[in-house]
Design a protein around this ligand. Structure first.
Ligand SMILES: CC(C)(COP(=O)(O)OP(=O)(O)OC[C@H]1O[C@@H](n2cnc3c(N)ncnc32)[C@H](O)[C@@H]1OP(=O)(O)O)[C@@H](O)C(=O)NCCC(=O)NCCS
Length: 216
C-alpha cells in the first residue's frame, strides 16, 4: 500500500524509518512546502514538490498519507488539507513500540521506537509519541500533541490539543497540561499547567502565559 509522507525534514526522516521498520505501507516519496527540496531525494525517496502536487499524486492512485511535520499546529492544519483532498491518513507505529490492546488510537499518529502506550490510554489524531516516551494508563492525549523523546506521563495525565511536552519531562499522575502549553526539557510537572503557558524546571514553574490569540 503506497503512502506519501508530507514533510521531508528531520521528523520526516524519522517517520520514513518507522514506516520502513513497520513494513505495512510502502513509502513512495515526500511532499514538502520548501520548493528548493523539489527534485532532491531524502532517504532514497524523491521529494516530489510542494503540496500543490498532491492532486497529481491522488490521480496516480496514491491514496494514503502521513503528516511528518514537527510543528503541532502546522501538522494539524495539513491533516485537514490532506483529508479534504481525499487522502486517507494512517499511523506510523514502530514495531519496537509497545501499545496496549486497550489503548485507543486515532489517525496520523507517529509512535517511535521504544515508546510505550499503556492500558486504556487515548491518543487523538496527529499526535507524536516520540522515541522512548511513556504514556501510562488512562492518559488522554488530545489532537496534535507532541510527546518528545523520553517523556514520562504517569497514569491519568491529560494533555490538551497541540501541547508540546519537551524531551525527558515527567508529569505526575492525574495532572492536566492545557492546550497549546509547552513543557520544557527535563521538567517535572507536579501541578496542572494552564493552556498556552510554558512551564520549566524541577518542580516545573510557569515562565510564560498566553492566550488564544497566540494560536497562530
Ligand atoms: C521551554 C523552552 C521551550 C523555552 O524556550 P524559550 O521560550 O525560548 O525560553 P528561553 O530560552 O528564553 O528561556 C527562558 C528562561 O527559562 C529557562 N529555561 C528554558 N528552558 C528550560 C528548561 N528546559 N529547564 C529549565 N529552565 C529552562 C532559561 O534558562 C531562561 O531562564 P532565565 O530567564 O532565568 O534566563 C525550551 O527551553 C525547551 O526546553 N524546549 C524543549 C526542546 C525539546 O524538548 N526538544 C525536543 C524535540 S524532539
Amino acid at each position: 500500500m503506497e503512502i506519501i509522507i508530507v514533510g521531508a525534514g528531520g521528523h520526516g526522516k524519522v517517520v520514513l524509518d518507522v514506516l520502513r521498520a513497520a513494513g505495512q505501507y510502502k513509502p513512495v516519496g515526500f511532499v514538502d512546502a520548501d520548493t528548493s527540496l523539489a527534485g532532491t531525494t531524502v532517504g532514497d525517496l524523491p521529494v516530489v514538490g510542494p503540496v500543490n502536487t498532491l492532486p497529481r499524486l491522488r490521480q496516480q492512485r496514491v491514496k494514503r498519507a502521513i503528516i511528518a511535520i514537527g510543528d503541532n499546529r502546522t501538522r494539524v492544519r495539513y491533516a485537514v488539507l490532506l483529508r479534504e483532498q481525499g487522502f486517507e491518513l494512517v499511523n506510523a507505529i514502530h514495531p519496537a513500540a509497545s501499545i496496549s490492546p486497550s489503548a485507543i488510537l486515532g489517525v496520523n499518529i507517529v509512535v517511535a521506537a521504544q515508546a510505550a502506550i499503556c492500558t486504556e490510554a487515548r491518543i487523538a489524531d496527529s499526535v507524536i509519541v516520540n522515541t522512548g516516551a511513556i504514556v501510562d494508563h488512562e492518559c488522554v492525549i488530545a489532537e496534535g500533541v507532541h510527546v518528545a523523546p523520553k517523556v514520562c506521563l504517569a497514569g491519568r495525565v491529560r494533555v490538551g490539543a497541540c501541547a508540546f511536552v519537551g524531551i525527558g519531562a515527567n508529569v505526575i499522575q492525574c495532572m492536566s497540561v492545557g492546550e497549546y502549553a509547552t513543557i520544557g526539557a527535563g521538567a517535572v510537572v507536579i501541578q496542572d499547567v494552564p493552556a498556552y503557558s510554558t512551564a520549566v524546571g524541577v518542580p516545573a514553574r510557569i515562565i510564560k502565559t498566553g492566550g488564544p490569540d497566540q494560536k497562530d
